[in-house]
Design a protein around this ligand. Sequence first.
Ligand SMILES: C=CC1=C(C)c2cc3[nH]c(cc4nc(cc5[nH]c(cc1n2)c(C)c5CCC(=O)O)C(CCC(=O)O)=C4C)c(C)c3C=C
Ligand SMILES: [Fe+2]
Ligand SMILES: [Fe+2]
Length: 345
Amino acid sequence: MAKGILLVNLGSPDSPNPKDVKKYLGEFLMDERVIDLPVVARTLLVKGIILNTRPKASAAAYQKIWWEEGSPLIVLSERLQEKVQQKVDYPVALAMRYGSMTIKKGLQELVDQGCTEIKTIPLYPQFAMATTETIDVKVDELVAEHFPGVTITRTPAFYKREDYINVLSKSIGEVLNDLDYEHILFSYHGVPERHIRKSDITNGNCKMNGKCCFKKGSKQHEFCYRHQCEITTVNVAKKLGLKNGTYSTTFQSRLGFDPWLKPYTDRTIERMGKEGIKKMAIVTPAFVSDCLETLEEIAMEGEEIFHEMGGKEFTVIPCLNERDDFAEVLSSIVKEWATPETKTV
Ligand SMILES: C=CC1=C(C)c2cc3[nH]c(cc4nc(cc5[nH]c(cc1n2)c(C)c5CCC(=O)O)C(CCC(=O)O)=C4C)c(C)c3C=C
Ligand SMILES: [Fe+2]
Ligand SMILES: [Fe+2]
């Protein structure tokens, strides 16, 4: 039995042109775990409205952040894959949940190298139906249909691993140590509140009032994106010794009219600017790789809002990207699976 590793990230369009962006958004938003409406309603919303209105604006945003080598998210994920490969003895492949670098191709690449036992690692520190779950389900479908001889081991969200928190804290500390700042925002990608309720395995325990997320020992936390984001912030704040009132958690990138997780990042930046905060920092721990949502929505739009409201210095902390110490965390996850006696955390 030969082992292999499949890292999986979200994906990007093939190019920042409206046609490719439309194709990519069509696949992404028709996923029932992303826009979780019944299929007819989802088709009407996505194909009837969103794909007729959004691709042009999205393409313009992608054009602002695109690199010569391609999409930042893809390029940074490839660099991370290379780093992890240098640290482990098994083949490491990279795939994207949406777009051309499909999970099927990633699995095939490993199977072609003789792998029959594959560890999938979604590149998301916190669990969400729209990220980890959709990858896990897609992998199972593909294996059942195309790779019946392959055994899959899933990787749960790694938000509370000590080594991950250490590396995230170090990456933030490296910026904050040399910075005069008044407030640091921990901005996570948002999801509709409905997604949190749907992932509630305790039948209604999640009250969406913030209290349940801090209750000790709840089984629900394993699938509560909100809890996992809040706890990521708490653990980093503890590690860095941040003082109460100097940091907070917010949620960005909402789409449509349903209520999404609050507080919203853009409104918080606006409020802080209005309240007289002059120097703020922002970190985006739901993203492993810098992407449209960090490079454009936060670093460009967020900064613009802050300046318009009177803010002066807006410092964006990079994602973990291809940091060596982050590749080390992923390689520890691999080693703990491949040789269970290697317990590093
Ligand atoms: C209903 C819509 C969406 C949900 C739910 C959602 C959850 C979610 N997304 C990420 C990570 C990323 N999202 C990115 C882009 C992006 N996300 C949505 C919609 C939902 N995301 C859209 C429409 C887009 C496209 C951009 C746009 O048109 O504004 C990206 C960036 C991809 C890139 O190519 O750079 C990432 C990464 C998470 C982690 C998440 C739930 C926790
Ligand atoms: Fe998203
Ligand atoms: Fe909760």
